[in-house]
Design a protein around this ligand. Structure first.
Ligand SMILES: [Zn+2]
Length: 488
């Protein structure tokens, strides 16, 4: 057991040092410490229970590791000037103690049900809880945040620099306390004989937990389409879209709304013709004016999103980004029609973002190839290393950890090449899950090397000012390279 505790702590320490966003006190580091705290509290509690040493004093020692992590993170934050954030402290205090309580009580229940396999059972409880909350929150609700008893929570999309600290982050801990209480009382019932008062307590806690889930939207644990629509208030129905917008005074004028509606229908016609896909049903478009209000409703502040895995096709964006982002998100929505299970998208992330970038209205296509040429020149990359980079962008991990401008533009350039050189049907098939060899009768290595040869054989077309702008974008560090990603 000591070995298990040691492994968990070494892994957490490595994660804190190796993953840049986790180096300073904020949501990521709080989540890492919360997972480590949850597991180690559980793993530590079990041997104490076996030896009947689980006293309050015995468990008090468990405060030491999270407190040490807190001190380490405060020191690390102080060493990175400008990274200090009050939100970081608040999130740590919200995530970590609750996760430790959850791990300890899950361990008690596991030990009561099956003393010999208690550690394994506790890890299964904790793992299932973490997974279930993610699937329930993100898979069934139009929100980009998910709160967890185990890892504290994911507060919003990776591209939002300022995270959404909603009231639900804190009220959710009430649910953690209720589940923990239930584990302890049920565990006690399992070890001692049945008693009516204890059964009443179990019934009362279950009722409270059920009430929390029934009232999950007003309590701030989840968002619903109904809540967002009622909160926005304005609705305009066009031939293919249901547009929801703020109905408050000074919001979007009739002429602006009419221009938005016309643009949406025109983009739908253009992209549908290229992709050979029409929407199976009406598309809801949620337009927000105030980033803070939007963050409170959905967990997203400024990033435009199309959660394609949800049942209903939908797009969420700020009014100020409608003209630059709408067509990109609409491509994601239309690609749902041939996307793969379970996300209605491709597992190859470079294809998901590549097709959206290749077909978005605001993207002057020579820029995409120019970004690849500039990156090759700036970072002295030969065709072989460019090909390796492109291969890695096909996987989710490779895509999300790459610099945004390069990942999006290189994927867009590659997909532009594919849809210009080959039939769109081949792209639809590889997007749906076929291998490149099955869809194109050529393997991925050949496709990538032909693309690189074509791109690098042409000169950079952007003028000097545009080249400077593109260079500034591709040299901007990713969130994983930024010392303090959530502090402007
Ligand atoms: Zn996208």
């Amino acid at each position: 057991m000591r070995l298990a505790l040691f492994v968990v702590y070494v892994a957490a320490a490595v994660a804190l040092v190796a993953i840049v966003p986790a180096r300073t006190l904020h949501a990521e580091s709080a989540a890492v410490v919360a997972v480590a705290g949850c597991l180690t509290t559980g793993l530590w509690t079990i041997p104490l229970l076996r030896r009947s040493m689980a006293s309050v004093r015995g468990l008090a020692v468990l405060v030491v590791p999270p407190a040490s992590a807190f001190a380490l993170l405060i020191t690390s934050t102080a060493l990175h000037p400008g990274c200090w954030s009050g939100d970081g402290v608040i999130l740590f205090l919200a995530f970590v103690p609750a996760a430790c309580l959850f791990g300890g009580s899950a361990a008690y229940l596991a030990w009561s049900l099956c003393p010999k396999r208690a550690a394994l059972l506790m890890c299964v409880f904790v793992g299932l809880s973490a997974l279930a909350s993610l699937v329930f929150d993100l898979g069934l609700h139009p929100q980009m945040y998910s709160y967890s008893h185990v890892f504290g929570g994911v507060l919003g999309p990776v591209y939002d620099a300022e995270l959404a600290v909603r009231p639900g982050v804190f009220t959710y801990r009430l649910l953690t306390v209720l589940w923990s209480g239930l584990f302890v009382v049920v565990g006690r019932m399992g070890r001692e004989r049945f008693s009516a008062p204890r059964a009443t307590v179990v019934g009362a806690i279950l009722l409270l937990i059920a009430s929390c889930y029934v009232w999950r939207v007003p309590l701030g644990f989840n968002s619903s389409s109904q809540l967002i629509r009622e909160s926005l208030g304005g609705n305009l129905q066009t031939e293919n879209f249901d547009i929801w917008y703020p109905a408050t005074a000074g919001s979007l004028s009739d002429s602006t709304l009419s221009a938005i509606a016309g643009r949406q229908e025109a983009e739908l016609e253009r992209i549908s013709a290229t992709l050979g896909a029409t929407p199976g049903e009406r598309i809801s478009v949620y337009i927000y004016l105030d980033p803070s209000r939007r963050a409170n409703l959905t967990g997203v502040r400024s990033t435009s999103v199309a959660p394609v895995w949800l049942n209903e096709p939908q797009i969420h964006l700020l009014a100020s980004r409608h003209d630059s982002s709408f067509s990109h998100e609409l491509v994601h929505v239309l690609a749902r029609e041939f996307g793969a299970w379970p996300f209605n998208a491709s597992w190859k992330l470079a294809l998901v973002e590549g097709i959206a970038v290749a077909l978005e209205a605001s993207q002057p296509s020579p820029d995409l190839d120019d970004v690849v040429r500039l990156a090759a020149r700036e970072f002295e990359m030969d065709p072989g290393s460019l090909a390796r980079r492109m291969r890695s962008l096909l996987s989710p991990g490779g895509f999300w950890t790459a610099r945004g401008a390069i990942a999006y533009s290189a994927s867009g350039s590659f997909v532009s090449y594919l849809i210009n050189q080959y039939d769109i049907d081949a792209f639809r098939r590889v997007y749906a899950g076929e291998t490149f060899r099955e869809a194109y009768s050529v393997d991925i290595e050949s496709l990538i090397s032909d693309w690189i040869e074509q791109v690098l054989s042409a000169p950079i077309t952007a003028d000097a000012a545009r080249q400077d702008a593109l260079l500034a974008a591709i040299t901007r560090p990713s969130m994983f390279e930024s010392a303090c990603p959530h502090v402007p």
